[in-house]
Design a protein. Structure first.
Length: 108
């Protein structure tokens, strides 16, 4: 139900997208807090005013709509992911909020 308690289905909340909000794929380096062992993964990173503010969990995977026959769509996604390798690597602490010990992750 929506806020008016009628039978109309709720509409999903639209994310704000514009010059001040966007996302792309980036390599993020993580470190095990007990061993210090590092690993890297490609994630969707979300920005506000050009600043990375959150990343999607889990890491990015190649998924596309079955209606997209052929290889064009998966190749496009792979090219976007490959572009992450050409950008500066981020580290998990880039997403720490001031006065907060947790990382800013989205729940995607």
């Amino acid at each position: 139900m929506n806020d008016t308690n009628d039978a109309r289905p709720e509409r999903p909340v639209q994310r704000r997208v514009g010059p001040d909000c966007h996302w792309n794929y980036r390599v993020i380096e993580f470190a095990d807090p007990t061993t210090g062992e590092a690993w890297r993964a490609i994630h969707e990173v979300h920005y506000e005013n050009g600043v990375p503010v959150a990343y999607a969990e889990p890491h990015a995977s190649l998924v596309w709509d079955a209606a997209d026959s052929g290889t064009a769509r998966p190749l496009q996604i792979l090219a976007q992911m490959a572009g992450a390798l050409d950008r500066p690597m981020l580290v998990e602490r880039d997403f720490k909020r001031p006065n907060d010990n947790s990382s800013a992750k989205s729940a995607e």
